[in-house]
Design a protein around this ligand. Structure first.
Ligand SMILES: Nc1ncnc2c1ncn2[C@@H]1O[C@H](COP(=O)(O)OP(=O)(O)OP(=O)(O)O)[C@@H](O)[C@H]1O
Ligand SMILES: [Mg+2]
Length: 259
């Protein structure tokens, strides 16, 4: 099995004729963790949803290759089955489907018919990962995200990540609303996933998450595209100084997608 690769090339995304992502380029390989930071409303979540195939978002230009295949030609379920995963900024609540049922369906969807995970193996894995993420056993039988606190939802996204074992994951503000202990737990989960068979894109506003998950690259998104890239030190400077110096350096007056 070759290492995963996601190659985003000059991606443009519109919603209701409003251009939001405008020329986004990024390549993620197995073994790499990339962080995307950027002010509010610069297109980060739109990028994530568009990559997952959300029907509301229209790709007007550009290409995305996932392990050499045209991602944009794949249906949403095909993208998931091929090993792409999105932890959403605002995870939805699904009444009537338990967390455990959801996970088993997702895992079996990826494994394919005739290759379903044996129930005992599933339960063992679930127990182990819930333990690692400090999630109470009762959450397995609760309806997906229903009534979960903000922090519980985020932890649950990481549980999904660890159970589904995707090749490339996009984590959209997985740290928002987490207390400091939960932040460490979430980071532990992501670090546990680190391997040559796994690549990750972390969208975040705060450098503190990156204290626990050291990214290989940090990118700044403004006006719907990456305007600056660097190493972890770039996130540290953003934390200390904000975004004004980048805007000054690049002559950007309005960082939002309206520009
Ligand atoms: N469904 C939609 N309908 C109308 N406008 C939208 C829609 N989705 C996104 N937008 C607009 O696109 C812009 C970018 O939104 P997006 O959620 O991608 O920003 P973001 O970079 O993730 O911001 P944040 O850091 O606040 O999460 C915003 O101005 C937003 O209002
Ligand atoms: Mg967002």
């Amino acid at each position: 099995m070759s290492a995963p690769n996601l190659k985003i090339d000059n991606l443009h995304v519109s919603i209701e004729d409003k251009k939001i992502v405008k020329g986004f380029d990024l390549e993620i390989n197995g073994g790499e963790i990339h962080a995307v930071m950027g002010p509010n409303g610069t297109g980060k979540s739109t990028l994530a949803s568009a990559l997952m195939g959300h029907p509301k978002y229209e790709i007007t230009e550009g290409n995305v290759a996932f392990n050499g295949e045209d991602l944009l030609e794949m249906e949403v379920d095909e993208r998931a089955r091929a090993g792409l995963f999105l932890a959403m900024q605002y995870p939805s609540e699904v009444s009537g489907v338990t967390n455990a049922d959801f996970l088993r369906t997702a895992i079996n969807g990826r494994r394919g018919e005739g290759n379903e995970i044996p129930l005992m193996k599933f339960i063992k894995q679930l127990d182990k990962k819930m333990d690692l993420l400090d999630i109470d056993q009762e959450f397995a039988q609760r309806y997906l995200n229903e009534g979960f606190s903000g922090g519980e939802k985020k932890r649950n996204e990481i549980l999904q990540l660890m159970m589904i074992e995707p090749k490339i994951a996009i984590l959209d503000e997985i740290d928002s609303g987490l207390d400091i202990d939960a932040l460490k737990v979430v980071a532990k989960g992501v670090n546990e996933m680190r391997s040559e068979d796994f690549g990750c894109l972390i969208i975040t506003h705060y450098q503190r998450l990156l204290n626990y998950i050291t990214p290989d690259k940090v990118h700044v998104m403004m006006q719907g595209r990456i305007v600056k890239s660097g190493g972890p030190e770039l996130a540290e400077r953003l934390e200390a100084e904000g975004y004004d110096w980048i805007k000054e350096e690049l002559g950007i007056e309005d960082e939002t997608i309206e520009a």
